[in-house]
Design a binder for this molecule. Structure first.
Ligand SMILES: Nc1nc2c(c(=O)[nH]1)N[C@H]1C(S)=C(S)[C@@H](COP(=O)(O)OP(=O)(O)OC[C@H]3O[C@@H](n4cnc5c(=O)[nH]c(N)nc54)[C@H](O)[C@@H]3O)O[C@H]1N2
Ligand SMILES: Nc1nc2c(c(=O)[nH]1)N[C@H]1C(S)=C(S)[C@@H](COP(=O)(O)OP(=O)(O)OC[C@H]3O[C@@H](n4cnc5c(=O)[nH]c(N)nc54)[C@H](O)[C@@H]3O)O[C@H]1N2
Ligand code: SF4
Ligand SMILES: [Mo]
Length: 711
């Protein structure tokens, strides 16, 4: 290239044309911040940047560091751009026709040999509502298998189980976020909003300015504690004991809203009887929080005129997760703090579509609109919408981790994974890796190669958020339309299109005829009609016009339901259920060999199994490897110094990890984030004990040992 031309190119790229595209939504957490994507075109290619959207209905035009860099992975050159099939151990690029023909052959071969249920489907909470819905339909009527579940099992299931039992329906937040500043006392239990949903922090700051008191319950002093009036540094796994102490104070000191309890709840007598047996000093001893602080917190919440309780995975990811959440709901109900402005409960949902992903049928026991696959009326209704005989719909299958165990036992022979990386995100991941290796046919549909796709027989290039149109339901229960901004890279296909293509080669194409995501949405509306999560009244144009609509929305023209339970709860009698909760110890408690408690979770810069954020240099450089957070005294007792490497082990496995001293964590507890794979994956250690009702694993507590790394 001659010098003049080089100079010209430089000039061109330094004077970019900056065209604003339309608005998109962040692909990461449940806030679903909207943003403007800009493309700077030059002859050297395109450069992208984003700016917050000041018209956003929720965030006051803010984005966190993940959102600001979200586009980076989506336009990365390492994206999967061709279908691939493994031959003699190596993945080769093939055409879609070839891949789909292989798919047909393998599925038919397995189902012919071992039966329909020999294939499983595993979905994710990043999928749009349309795709989550379609995945459930695909499993039930294209594959006719009972085995389908998804990663939300690890995320929302305990809160969902508790809300269903207590209120009769489950929507993450019962109130819009605009209610938060109206609350006079807020409890944040096992939720680290400052790092996990940073752009909603302004609601809580505003509440504080208005005189609200904030109680944070977490074994660590997290960034969220910056807004706390009281921090209850609970021992991991002991929330229910702590809340029993608070409930006792509330009853004994007379903060019960008698009229509300009488008119709107059942079960008070039993709860009161149970609380008579609870001793405050025992609650303190179990939870590691002083009686004094428990009393102060109970008074603060009990005396407040209005108040809200929020929980997230810290309380929920336990083998007693449903019970833990139900005890927090006891607090809400006893004090009558729900169903009016500034009063409600919220399970802060996690993934981009953590809410919608759990409503429309990718759960083992579920049909669209929160219908149940074992309910004869629900089956008949959905069979009619889908145009198949009711008897052909399979029955309920197994939860996510139980599917892995069934694979390990040889009961499932093929698995199609759409938008999840289970080798990193399942508990006890040694078992998961071993199980997936036993499969005769593993298909992974993803954006990148992952720890899971390494084991796959077929890898298909799916669609990222910039390419894929559809609706997402964010943490408030607000449904939003996300428009596609970019064409797909290479031979990548839309996720929903891939499902339709597979259905077509299996001879079920006529049941999967859609031209657009909106077509699928219109079918979903009908399928959800009359269900608890009723989307029937929403249309793309209304949703866009109104900047999102809250379900339930049963008829066209209906405004949606921002605040739930203003009149009645969703049980047939309209009443909510109080219930006595006996404290249960975590399934593993410290022993001489494993004397510390391990809890796991997130850091600001990374997202879940880390595939997207580890592939984003701007984020990865800021937090390049997992760190073991440990109290200086515990570190000294175990011979560890800051910055050194330690070995951390549980009964199930061990990894090598860098030490970070922190006096913000309890002395009996260590914390490790789970965003990394292979020998940096803390899920090699975590306990797969499952909650009996919702099958949530005990990610948040197991017994471990730490020691200096042997050279
Ligand atoms: N930066 C970032 N943001 C995210 C995600 C991400 O990966 N990275 N993921 C998204 C998803 S899918 C989800 S589900 C949410 C999760 O959001 P959160 O649930 O807020 O996140 P975690 O870090 O898993 O856990 C929250 C807190 O629980 C505490 N904790 C641990 N054990 C206990 C316990 O026994 N009791 C109590 N009370 N607290 C305990 C931990 O110390 C931690 O601070 O975040 C979403 N947002
Ligand atoms: N120890 C421990 N383990 C945990 C947790 C914990 O707190 N502690 N939390 C649990 C929770 S709450 C969750 S939600 C799970 C999540 O765990 P995973 O399901 O493994 O989560 P992701 O990392 O989101 O996996 C998404 C995969 O799909 C790809 N992907 C993203 N978007 C799309 C898309 O639109 N289309 C397609 N085709 N692919 C896409 C990404 O590249 C990535 O490989 O982890 C759970 N595991
Ligand atoms: S808060 Fe959540 S949705 Fe908003 S920019 Fe950050 S990761 Fe994305
Ligand atoms: Mo999650």
């Amino acid at each position: 290239m001659n010098d003049t031309l080089k100079h010209f190119q430089k000039e061109q790229s330094s004077v970019p044309s900056r065209e604003q595209t339309t608005v998109t939504e962040c692909p990461y957490c449940s806030v679903q911040c909207t943003m403007n994507l800009y493309e700077e075109k030059s002859i050297n290619g395109s450069l992208y940047s984003v700016l917050p959207n000041h018209e956003d209905p929720v965030t006051e035009g803010k984005l966190c560091v993940k959102g600001l860099n979200a586009h980076v992975h989506a336009v990365d050159e390492r994206r999967l751009i061709s279908p691939m099939v493994r031959e003699n151990g190596t993945l080769f690029n093939v055409s879609w026709d070839h891949a789909l023909e292989r798919m047909r052959f393998q599925i038919q071969h397995l189902q012919h040999t071992y039966g329909k249920d020999s294939i499983g489907v595993y979905g994710g909470g990043s999928l749009t509502n349309e795709e989550s819905y379609l995945l459930g339909k695909f499993a039930r009527i294209a594959l006719q298998t009972k085995y389908i579940d998804y990663n939300g099992r690890f995320c929302m299931s305990a809160a969902a189980g508790a809300s269903n039992l207590t209120f009769g329906v489950d929507r993450g937040l019962t109130n819009p976020l605009s209610d938060v500043p109206l609350a006079k006392c807020i409890i944040l239990a096992g939720t680290n909003i400052a790092e996990c949903q940073p752009t909603i922090m302004h609601y809580f700051r505003k509440a504080r300015q208005e005189g609200c008191k904030i109680i944070v319950i977490d074994p660590r002093e997290t960034a969220t504690c910056a807004i706390a009036d009281i921090h209850l540094k609970v021992k991991p796994g002991y929330d229910a004991a702590l809340v029993n102490g608070m409930l006792k104070v509330i009853v004994e000191e007379g903060y019960v809203d008698q009229a509300f309890v009488e008119q709107k709840t059942n079960g008070y007598a039993e709860l009161k009887e149970h609380l008579n047996q609870v001793s405050l000093s025992e609650a303190a001893a179990l939870s590691g929080v002083s009686s004094q602080l428990i009393m102060e917190a109970a008074r603060m919440y009990g005396q407040a005129e209005t108040g809200m309780v929020f929980t997230a995975r810290g309380v929920e990811q336990h083998a007693s997760g449903v019970a833990n959440v139900r005890n927090f709901l006891n607090l809400v109900l006893l004090t009558g703090k729900i169903g009016r402005p500034g009063c409600g409960y919220g399970a802060i949902t996690g993934q981009a579509n953590g809410q919608g992903g759990r409503e429309h049928g990718q759960k083992a026991d579920q049909l669209p609109g929160y219908r149940l696959i074992e309910n004869p009326e629900h089956r008949a209704y959905i069979a009619e919408v889908w145009g198949v005989p009711e008897e052909e719909l399979p029955r309920k299958g197994l939860s996510a981790y139980e599917m892995m165990e069934a694979i390990d036992r040889g009961e499932i022979k093929g698995l199609i994974i759409l938008s999840s990386n289970p080798v990193v995100s399942n508990p006890n991941s040694h078992l998961v890796e071993r199980a997936l290796k036993k499969l005769e046919f593993l298909v992974v549909i993803d954006l990148f190669h992952t720890e899971t796709s390494r084991l796959a027989h077929m890898v298909l290039p799916g669609s990222a958020y910039l390419e894929d149109e559809g609706t997402m339901t964010q943490l408030e229960g607000r449904v939003m339309v996300r428009r596609a901004l970019k064409p797909l890279p290479g031979k990548a296909r839309l996720d929903w299109r891939i499902l339709c293509d597979i259905a077509a080669v299996l001879g079920k194409g006529r049941l999967f005829q859609y031209e657009s995501a909106e077509d699928i949405f219109n079918e979903l509306r009908l399928a959800s009609r009359g269900g608890l999560a009723d989307y029937y009244g929403m249309t793309y144009s209304d949703i866009e016009h109104l900047k999102g609509m809250f379900w339930p929305c049963p008829e066209e023209g209906h405004p949606g339901t921002p605040r739930m339970f203003e009149e009645r709860f969703a049980h047939d009698d309209g009443r909510a259920r109080l219930i006595p909760i006996e404290h249960q110890n975590p399934r593993e408690i410290p022993t001489q060999k494993y004397p510390l408690l391990l809890t796991t979770g997130r850091v600001l810069q990374h997202y879940l199994s880390g595939v997207q954020t580890r592939n984003t240099p701007e984020l990865n450089l800021k937090y390049p490897e997992p760190l073991l957070e440990i109290h200086p005294e515990a570190a000294a007792e175990n011979g560890l110094v800051n910055g050194s490497y330690a070995q951390i082990s549980s009964k199930r496995g061990s990894i090598r990890i860098k030490v970070k001293l922190s006096n913000k964590i309890r002395k009996d507890t260590v914390f490790v984030p789970f965003h990394w794979g292979d020998d940096q994956s803390i899920n090699r250690l975590t306990n797969p004990a499952l909650d009996p009702t919702c099958k949530m694993p005990e990610f948040k507590v197991c017994a471990v040992r730490v020691e200096p790394l042997k050279p």
